[in-house]
Design a protein around this ligand. Structure first.
Ligand code: FAD
Length: 375
């Protein structure tokens, strides 16, 4: 049963139609919250993602959201684990073979996002096109958002609760006074290869540490391989990594990643850059708003945990919002506390993994990782 709406059009407006936003809408609808909208810019950003995978236990979260059948039918490629030359020149293996939950998945990210969006819509969420450009958040009144739209005048909508699912931009939280606290400036330079004729085929994600950062290679749909170099922006500038030939020159210095590329063909013009900084909001919730997914905290891509976290945040956010709105109350502080505790856990694992690599302990990239682990 919904509490009185207080004049708002929407019980909950979710800003951002990525995985965290759509999963939060699904969780809310499963709780019986009725008037849920998702605001997402148009056209939907379909820039190819740099080869993302999710672990086997993602299945449990998808089941809890009622999204498992759709996910299974989408036919994402299995991910059988990972291997890494990290802390030594030799590859070490971490197979899902011994995992009782089975394998993980190399995602077709565009399809994953589309399916979650369609599912949320089929359960009753309304998708509104546009980009949130202003928020009036007044005491004891629903929030009013201005949504900028392509080639149309802006629209306005009011909602009793807001969800920031806008990714690292934090389009809601920032406007409501929350601050994003970065721990690093990690940036990925990635490109795509056709791997149909690859001499080495593998369903493992591969990582390789290097003096100035670390590389990974992961399967992408259509017999493709995404290859990424994660480093800091100043190092990237010195190495001129935005220049394809310079990026290839660094790639040639790798052992295992270069070997994996034997027989693969570079897809022309596919070199891209994406920010991948580790950061969190100073608070993941406030008066009648909360943040989920990357908007609340972005994890190191080394962990491959961003999407798992987006789905798990969504389930917790669904619980917290459903409880708050049925009593017409604020979000309980437990939500932000749990987000913070999980981020701290992530930082401990991150510190542990970076500390395993000591071959270039004096190089700026690695020194910064050890230092950020101490803060
Ligand atoms: C190099 C790299 C590799 C990664 N590898 C992995 C991996 O292997 N496994 C993994 O699980 N994760 C990985 N991640 C992390 C993963 O991509 C993110 O954690 C995930 O996309 C977070 O989902 P989200 O829904 O929170 O945010 P996003 O996917 O960023 O979605 C945010 C949405 O909000 C919308 N939006 C933004 N501003 C506004 C606005 N003003 N109004 C309305 N809408 C707005 C955007 O259009 C977008 O659709 C990786 C990240 C990087 C950078």
């Amino acid at each position: 049963m919904n509490a009185p709406s207080g004049g708002a059009e929407w019980d909950v407006a979710v800003v951002g139609g990525g995985p965290a936003g759509c999963a939060t809408a699904l969780a809310l609808l499963r709780h019986g919250v009725e008037r849920v909208c998702i605001v997402e810019p148009e056209p939907i950003d379909d820039t190819p993602r740099p080869g993302e995978s999710v672990p086997p236990d993602c299945r449990l979260l998808l089941e809890a959201l009622g999204a498992w059948e759709v996910f299974a039918a989408d036919g994402h490629d299995p991910c059988l684990g990972s291997c890494a030359a990290w802390g030594s020149a030799e590859l070490g293996y971490n197979d899902f073979v011994f995992d009782p939950r089975g394998h993980g998945w190399h995602l077709d990210r565009a399809r994953f996002d589309r399916s979650l969006r369609d599912l949320a819509r089929s359960h009753g969420a309304v998708l509104l096109s546009g980009r949130v450009s202003a928020i009036e958040h007044r005491a004891d009144a629903p929030a009013v958002m201005t949504v900028a739209r392509k080639a149309r005048p802006p629209s306005r909508l009011s909602a009793r609760y807001l969800v920031d699912a806008s990714g690292a931009r934090g389009a809601v939280a920032r406007r409501l006074g929350a601050e994003r606290l970065p721990l690093d400036q990690l940036t990925c330079f990635y490109a795509f290869f056709d791997a149909a004729d690859a001499r080495s085929t593998s369903q493992l994600t591969m990582a390789e540490a290097a003096p100035d950062g670390w590389w990974y290679a992961a399967a992408v749909p259509g017999d493709g391989l995404a290859v990424a170099f994660a480093t800091d922006p100043d190092i990237a500038r010195d190495l001129r990594l935005d220049d394809r030939d310079r990026w290839f020159a660094q790639l040639e210095n790798t052992t295992h990643i270069a070997r994996r590329l034997f027989g693969c063909r570079f897809r022309p013009d596919s070199l891209m850059v994406r920010a991948a900084a580790v950061a969190r909001l100073d608070r993941a919730s406030g008066r009648r708003w909360l943040a989920v997914g990357d908007a609340a905290a972005s994890y190191d891509p080394m962990s491959s945990q961003g999407l798992y976290k987006a789905l798990s945040d969504a389930l917790r956010a669904g619980d917290a919002l459903a409880r708050a709105q049925s009593d017409d109350q604020d979000i309980a502080p437990a939500y932000a506390e749990a987000t913070r505790a999980e981020f701290d856990d992530h930082l401990r694992s991150r510190a542990y993994f970076y500390a395993l690599e000591q071959r270039w302990a004096d190089a700026p990239f690695w020194r910064r990782r050890y230092a950020s682990a101490r803060n």
